[in-house]
Ligand binder design. Structure first.
Ligand code: DAH
Length: 331
């Protein structure tokens, strides 16, 4: 009986051998049956019961072994070691990364090289070296995040700080494109966020003129928004450029005829720019008699909104995969 319980089989073949050995016509059990006639009458009942019990036990055990080797074999058949983990879900690039890369790409083709600076900055690089007067409103607590206990250490509120970082370490000619995250103390809404992204451009050399700036920006606008895109520059003010301008592009949704997107003006604003103020060059150790330069700065969210009509800025930082999945094709 205990022998029946401890029977083992690793394959279907072995289980079948056991069946033949114990339960077939020429098997051990049948041998026992044929001995049965020699059992004395008074013991027949007892021995018969034991033989039946043994038969059931062997039957059960061998069937059990057959089932278990069969299911093991099935599991083995399904095991495909060449198969990749499944399903493989490929992520998508974030829309802001897609647009950032596109902007950097366009300027790289024009000879601009990538430069980056820290997000935690000091007042000098963000404001003083960029010609912000001590009482300029942008230094106000309303705009800037201060790092606690260090009134001089702040989160940069624009990527113009990278201009200063580059000027203090490189000699002209300088031609850099500087993407990065910036922070402002704003209430979060569909149209404003406490952090967003900018790309700064800076070109310093001998005889750099406003015409060069305009031509490069026209080329950028046409690469980014299509060859029929027109640009216009409106006079503006920034502490670090003189003269300064804001640039509009012809509305790429209506082609400039006027629609609700461009508030029926035919134009949408995309960036700020200007000639680097000589005071900025001097503050950063560059001889303003010898060199001139231009600079520009744009918001990546703004450009992305124009390209993809994202209505709510908060979508960019919520990481809702239904939103992100929409950009799979643009990857
Ligand atoms: N720093 C400006 C801002 O955050 C953007 C800007 C405007 C950058 C004009 C420039 C520039 O380099 O020339 O609003």
């Amino acid at each position: 009986m205990s022998e029946a319980q401890s029977l083992k089989a690793a394959t279907a073949e072995e289980a079948e051998q056991l069946r033949i050995k114990y339960l077939s016509k020429k098997g051990i059990l049948n041998d026992l049956m044929s001995e049965f006639r020699n059992v004395p009458g008074e013991m027949k009942k007892e021995v018969g019961m034991r033989i039946n019990e043994l038969k059931t036990m062997l039957n059960d055990r061998i069937n059990e072994l057959k089932d278990s080797v069969q299911s093991q074999q099935q599991a083995g058949d399904d095991l495909d070691l060449t198969r990749t983990p499944y399903p493989v879900r490929l992520g998508t690039r974030h829309p802001l990364t897609i647009v950032r890369n596109e902007i950097v790409d366009i300027f790289s083709r024009l000879g601009f090289v990538l430069a980056e600076g820290p997000e935690v900055e000091d007042d000098w690089h963000v404001y003083s070296s960029m010609n912000f007067a001590d009482d300029h409103p942008a230094r106000d607590m309303q705009d800037t995040f201060f790092v606690e206990a260090h009134p001089d250490i702040i989160l940069r509120s624009h990527t113009s700080s990278v201009q200063a970082r580059v000027m203090e370490t490189q000699k002209p000619p300088i031609r850099v494109i500087c993407p990065g995250r910036v922070y402002r103390n704003e209430a979060i809404s569909a149209r404003a966020h406490c952090f967003f992204h900018q790309v700064e451009g800076l070109y310093i050399d001998k005889n750099v003129s406003f015409t060069d700036l305009k031509q490069v920006l026209l080329l950028f606008a046409q690469e980014m928004f299509g060859p029929d895109t027109k640009i216009r520059l409106r006079p503006s003010y920034f502490p670090f450029t003189e003269p300064s301008a804001e640039m509009d592009i012809s509305c790429h949704l209506c082609g400039g005829t006027g629609c609700s997107f461009c508030k029926h003006t035919g134009w949408v604003e995309i960036l700020g720019c200007g000639m680097v103020d000589p005071a900025v060059l001097e503050a950063n150790g560059i001889d303003a008699q010898e060199y001139t330069g231009y600079a520009f700065g744009m918001g990546i969210e703004r450009i992305t909104n124009l390209k993809y009509q994202v209505k709510d800025l908060r979508m960019f930082s919520e990481n809702d995969t239904r939103f992100l999945d929409e950009f799979t094709a643009a990857n």
